[in-house]
Write a protein that binds this ligand. Structure first.
Ligand SMILES: [Zn+2]
Length: 383
């Protein structure tokens, strides 16, 4: 079994410089591969494979531009292969024409395979990265010491650096099979999740903390576009400027913090759900694309990250031996009475309480939906 880890690293100034240089060369080669194939296409020449391009770079191009060889040859090769993969997707009709990578993109990364015996050794406080040497870890003891790693990716986000590695691990020790009662989980905008046990996880995006961050992000974005327009008006290069660069970093940091807090919250909810060891968890099939068409709700839905939530939930549940059931899009989880089974077709989004005209049940709408999910007899099992 493979397990992926991602953690922050603290490179020395020399190491950071080397990392940033590698990003630069990788981006340069990625773009050069696309540009070369574009011009070959226009001249009626055949498509240049990643292999041939790499040979040409090493044998000819790098003689003229020696700085290319200042970074790891494996990282360079991987960048070219990535560009070729983008082309392959394009040729298969799976994606658009490959696009040039810009310098100020949100994040940059490169892959470093194991070159020498000592590469990718993990110690409690440091990791040995090919061509960089020992790099300090921010969180001590998070990466499994002594495990076998064959390669990893170094990423930069805002002004922080991260390493992602895939580690070979044995199957998790299963203490005892989950024996708790199965539960239904209803997700939504008002509350993030409601369970048939009556647990309610509020929508974190409505908390003062997140809204304050959102406001700061909006202000920074507005200031950024103002500065941009100002420079354009004065005829200055729009990507230059110290203030603009500072602002860009600010925006990246804020978006990153927001995304992180949302992810951490989803993780908290997932851990709380699997902790009770239910035999199964039933969720709804979410028609996210359809929901996003509602322009009044689309931002609120996107911010909740339902898709990521479900993916992680399936992963976490499978690790604990919990079955994840998914009911179809047309299962009437909201409109059905969870006590007598009669349907209330005139229920609207505004009705927060489900009042059953048949049996007199009066219950929170989300709890009613969660109960219905827990009772579902037809479902798909997700893995
Ligand atoms: Zn009823």
């Amino acid at each position: 079994m493979l397990k992926a880890y991602r953690t922050e690293i603290h490179p020395t100034p020399d190491q950071s410089q080397q990392i940033v240089r590698t990003f630069g060369v990788c981006r340069y080669l990625y773009n050069l591969y696309i540009a070369t194939n574009q011009s070959r296409y226009q001249q009626g020449l055949p498509f240049l494979s990643a292999y041939d391009f790499d040979q040409w770079i090493n044998r000819e191009y790098a003689l003229e531009y020696p700085w290319i060889k200042a970074v790891s040859s494996k990282a360079r090769k991987k960048a070219i292969v990535n560009a070729a993969t983008a082309y392959r997707r394009f040729f298969k009709g799976l994606g658009g024409h490959p696009r040039f990578k810009k310098k100020h993109q949100q994040s940059a990364s490169f892959y470093a395979p194991k070159n020498n015996a000592g590469d990718w050794t993990i110690e409690r406080h440091r990791i040995k990265i090919p061509t960089l040497g020992w790099v300090r870890l921010k969180e001590f003891g998070y990466l499994p010491v002594g495990s076998r790693v064959t390669g990893g990716t170094i990423t930069q986000q805002a002004d922080r650096f991260f390493v992602s590695v895939t580690v070979k691990a044995g199957p998790p020790a299963m203490a005892e099979p989950p024996s708790g009662e199965g539960i239904g989980v209803d997700v939504g905008i008002k509350e993030f999740a409601t369970t048939s046990q009556g647990d309610v996880f509020p929508n974190i995006n409505q908390t003062a903390k997140i809204q304050k961050l959102e406001r700061r992000l909006r202000l920074a974005q507005r200031a950024g576009s103002r500065k941009f327009e100002e420079r354009k008006r004065q005829g200055l290069p729009v990507h230059g400027g110290k203030n603009l660069a500072k602002n860009r970093l600010r925006i990246q940091k804020l978006s990153w913090r927001l995304a992180n807090q949302r992810r951490a919250y989803r993780e908290t909810v997932i851990q709380a759900l699997v902790k009770t060891k239910p035999r199964f968890i039933t969720v709804e099939h979410l028609n996210i694309r359809g929901m996003l068409k509602n322009r009044h709700l689309s931002k609120a839905i996107q911010d909740q990250g339902f898709y990521a939530f479900k993916q992680r939930l399936v992963q976490a549940a499978n690790q604990h031996g919990i079955e994840i059931r998914e009911v179809g899009m047309f299962y009437p989880s909201s409109k059905r009475c969870s006590r007598c089974g009669s349907k209330k077709l005139d229920l609207t989004l505004k009705d927060r309480i489900y009042d059953c005209p048949q049996c007199g049940l009066s219950i929170d709408r989300d709890l009613n939906a969660a109960n219905n999910l827990a009772q579902a007899k037809e479902y798909k099992i997700l893995h």
